[in-house]
Design a protein. Structure first.
Length: 88
């Protein structure tokens, strides 16, 4: 199993890449409204904060099961955010 540091890096990279894609879209489409993109960025940042709080929780019974659940939730969240970015 990967360690906590790797999980934190994965969260950072995945959500950071999504935010970067929104910024690229905003630069490529300066004439379009930025509110939808900003909402996606805000959602990604909120998700990041929530995932980091869950990773740093030290009061879990089964760490392996806990981190696996976080990875699954990260994948679902990332897929939802990517769909939103693609619909811009």
């Amino acid at each position: 199993m990967a360690n906590k540091r790797d999980l934190k890096k994965d969260i950072n990279y995945v959500l950071g890449d999504i935010i970067e894609e929104v910024y690229v879209w905003q630069l490529d489409n300066p004439d379009k409204d930025d509110k939808a993109g900003e909402a996606i960025i805000d959602e990604a940042i909120t998700s990041f904060d929530g995932f980091m709080a869950r990773v740093n929780d030290r009061k879990v019974e089964n760490a392996s099961k806990h981190f696996k659940a976080i990875r699954n939730d990260l994948q679902k969240t990332a897929e939802a955010l990517v769909k939103k970015v693609n619909s811009l």
